[in-house]
Ligand binder design. Structure first.
Ligand code: DGY
Length: 313
């Protein structure tokens, strides 16, 4: 059993009870070549969303590999088909990061609509300012329309929080939400984009969602609208977003994820109408530990011949 990253003790302990655990040689995420070297001969790999699990890595691991346990809900870093062909189970960590990611989405939504980052920068820069009736006005949320792209667990958790701020919520998704989901209007994507004051992305990255928010989508949004992305960077065409902000096609964007992480499009960095955080959606002590423990339980279950708690199907 190989870990691509050192894990919290609770997760390591759980794994050590069922397997010989090989810790990564260095205390940082591994490069691709380092990971290929590390994984040779492993029967299980517990890995990060930064680790590309493709044919090359699976070849490097060898035919005894039985499970890839990704410590993330998103698994666009894993070639699931290539794993399936080799009989390797893939697991992810849904559920345990829902609240943390929804909380950060609201933090970004509030931050961009109320100009929190901009105000912070103004004070730190020592620029002169004074309270005034029209000083640094933002956009109120009560009665504003929130359009959620994707209405899974995280989208629904955002909907619940947004309702507490008085927002009207709609969503675009392939299927209508199941019973028990917070009430929200199900709309075609085009209608959602055109009618929302804030568009927030909660879909996985797939070939179908790559650049879902492109120049045409941005052009179709309201001029006063904001875009929030806590899903995956490549769902948004960043160059098109910069152009849309430049042209005043939307009012602002709050981004936690980027097309080419850790790089951030230079056109976004200097803009006051953009709020940026470095992929912090699940970044709480409690959530990261829960993710690592769930990944460990998944790996341990497969090695023990049992169905893992959260398999990728
Ligand atoms: C995930 O789990 O996919 C998140 O992006 C991790 O923060």
């Amino acid at each position: 059993m190989v870990l691509s990253r050192r894990l919290p003790d609770a997760a390591v302990q759980l794994l050590a009870d069922v397997a010989d655990v090989v810790q990564p040689p260095v205390d940082r995420p591994l490069g691709a070549a380092e990971l290929r070297a590390a994984v040779a001969g492993a029967d299980a790999l517990v890995c990060l969303l930064l680790d590309r699990v493709d044919d090359a890595l699976l070849d490097a691991a060898g035919p005894q590999l039985r499970v890839v346990a990704n410590i993330a809900v998103g698994y666009d870093n894993v070639d699931v088909e290539a794993c399936r062909r080799r009989g390797v189970r893939v697991t992810n960590t849904p559920g345990v990061l829902t609240d943390a990611t929804a909380d950060l989405t609201l933090a970004l939504l509030l931050g961009i609509t109320r100009r929190v980052g901009e105000g912070d920068r103004l004070l730190r820069a020592g620029r002169s300012w004074g309270w005034d009736l029209d000083f640094m006005l933002g956009t109120g949320l009560r009665g504003a329309r929130l359009g959620l792209v994707g209405y899974g667990a995280i989208g629904q958790a955002v909907a619940r929080r947004a309702a507490a701020f008085g927002m009207e919520v709609a969503y675009a998704a392939r299927r209508p939400a199941a019973d028990g989901a917070p009430p929200a209007e199900h709309l075609p994507l085009e209608e959602l984009l055109a009618g929302s004051d804030v568009v927030s992305l909660h879909c996985p990255l797939t070939p179908q969602t790559r650049h879902l928010v492109d120049a045409a989508a941005l052009r179709s949004m309201r001029a006063g609208a904001y875009l929030v992305n806590t899903a995956r960077g490549p769902v948004v065409d960043e160059a098109a977003l910069v152009a849309a902000l430049e042209a005043g096609e939307i009012r602002g964007a709050a981004l936690d994820v980027f097309e080419d992480e850790p790089a951030v499009h230079p056109g976004l960095v200097g803009r006051d109408d953009v709020l940026l955080t470095p992929h912090l959606g699940s970044a709480t002590v409690q959530t990261r530990e829960a993710m690592a423990v769930l990944a460990a339980r998944n790996a341990a279950a497969v090695l023990g011949g049992q169905e893992p708690p959260t398999p990728v199907r």
